[in-house]
Design a protein around this ligand. Structure first.
Ligand SMILES: *Cc1c(COP(=O)(O)O)cnc(C)c1O
Length: 396
């Protein structure tokens, strides 16, 4: 997955452009910057690749989610439906705007189960936030239908699936809003950064203002701009955006390499009895950042995960036991451990997750192993890895 594996001349050239004129900020200093507007250039490239009208870049994927929610007018007491299997950024962004993260089961796609989503809708629900975990997508047709029927927004977290598609459309471009992360371990990286895409002009206008203290971005005198509403600082720097400009041009090459490596491993293990693969919704094309498979029982999966590590097959994750990506270890959320007082709406309305039944999610996650697909593997390394995986899994 990580784009940093293949850093090259173009990344360096882009950063030097910025350092040559010294304008590290994306706004203002027009006369000094020698025509370099890296954040804007990155936004244009992302919007083009994702086939959306608008893109706005920010400081991280978590910021992108937060800004997306804020831009859509989500606030105190609104409920946002999110999956039990995701990165902590999902509920962090929801809580950041004072809204309520409503955890919902996943299915064999390892993403939101549409039936469980329907059951979780209340009069306060405003957004459904599927997370396209580990390279593949949620059942977006079903989720979109639910959103239309219930007048809800669909916000895609495509941070782990950039470059994947669904029915010919880029992931992230299908919902009302879509978010990407360019943190250091993502397929496209700029160190720290993120982006939101949308075709909704009002959301876009809100997004660029909100992420820059409410600046209206009219004219070229920052001090004279007005502030139509309260904002915050989620800006990306020009240095980070410059790296992103180089990396985004390589996205399709990265996905091609990932796909090739993925299929070497998948073809090798697919004949093994008991190994089955995560379901990809009809019309879906993964970005191949992970190979995800199920084993027949939790006990076997734990054993296999350990054995893979022991023979040196690194980068395989057993998310069921992971501190950051599965609800079971989110005790800070479950126990509402916050430095300061939480908004009263959150205190009052956050479901009691210590008593929640997510056995439907456990059923899948307890048996899931996800192996990271790297870009830099040689044929030899890949072949060796495939052999080791087969040996371990056959022995289960
Ligand atoms: C990485 C990630 C994020 C957050 O991105 P950051 O840039 O690290 O803040 C959000 N959601 C998912 C699914 C991610 O993997």
């Amino acid at each position: 997955m990580p784009g940093f594996e293949l850093f090259g001349q173009e990344e360096k050239r882009q950063v030097h452009d910025v350092l040559d004129n010294g304008v590290l900020m994306r706004y203002g200093f027009d006369a000094l910057r020698n025509g370099h507007w890296k954040a804007q250039e990155l936004e244009a490239a992302i919007a083009k690749r994702m086939k959306t009208t608008y893109c706005h870049t920010v400081s991280s994927g978590t910021s992108a989610l937060t800004v997306a929610l804020a831009s859509a007018g989500i606030g105190a007491g609104d409920e946002v439906i999110m999956p039990t299997f995701t990165f902590v950024a999902s509920f962090e962004s929801i809580l950041a705007v004072g809204a309520i993260p409503v955890l919902v089961d996943i299915d064999d796609t390892l993403t939101l189960d549409p039936k469980a989503v329907e059951r979780a809708i209340t009069k306060n629900t405003k957004v459904v936030m599927p997370v396209h975990m580990c390279g593949s997508m949620a059942d977006l047709d079903a989720l979109k239908a639910i959103c239309v029927q219930n007048n809800l927004l669909l916000l895609e977290d495509a941070c782990q699936a950039i470059g994947g598609s669904y029915q010919g459309k880029p992931l992230g471009s299908i919902g009302d809003l879509g978010c990407f992360s360019f943190d250091f371990v993502k397929t496209v990286t700029c160190g720290e950064g993120g982006a939101l895409v949308t075709n909704n002009q009002a959301f876009y206008e809100n997004a660029h203002k909100y992420s820059d203290h409410g600046h209206d971005h009219i004219g070229n005198d920052r001090g004279a701009e007005t502030h139509p509403f309260l904002g915050y600082n989620f800006r990306i720097s020009e240095l980070n955006a410059a790296v992103g400009c180089a990396q985004i041009q390589r996205l399709d090459d990265f996905v091609t390499i990932q796909k090739k490596n993925y299929y070497v491993l998948r073809d090798a293990v697919s004949a093994i009895k008991g190994v089955t693969f995560r379901r990809v919704p009809d019309g879906g094309e993964e970005n191949y950042s992970f190979l995800n498979f199920f084993l027949p029982s939790e006990a076997l999966t734990r054993k296999a995960h350990k054995a893979l590590g022991a023979v040196g097959v690194d980068g395989c994750f057993y998310w069921y036991n992971n501190n950051w990506h599965y609800y079971r270890k989110w005790e800070h959320l479950i126990q509402k451990k916050s430095l300061g007082r939480l908004p009263s709406e959150v205190v009052k309305c956050l479901p009691n997750y210590s008593k929640a039944d997510f056995s439907a999610s456990d059923h899948w996650m307890g048996r899931t192993i996800s192996c990271l697909i790297k870009l830099g593997w040689t044929e030899e390394e890949l072949g060796e890895r495939a052999q080791k995986m087969v040996k371990v899994l056959q022995g289960m």
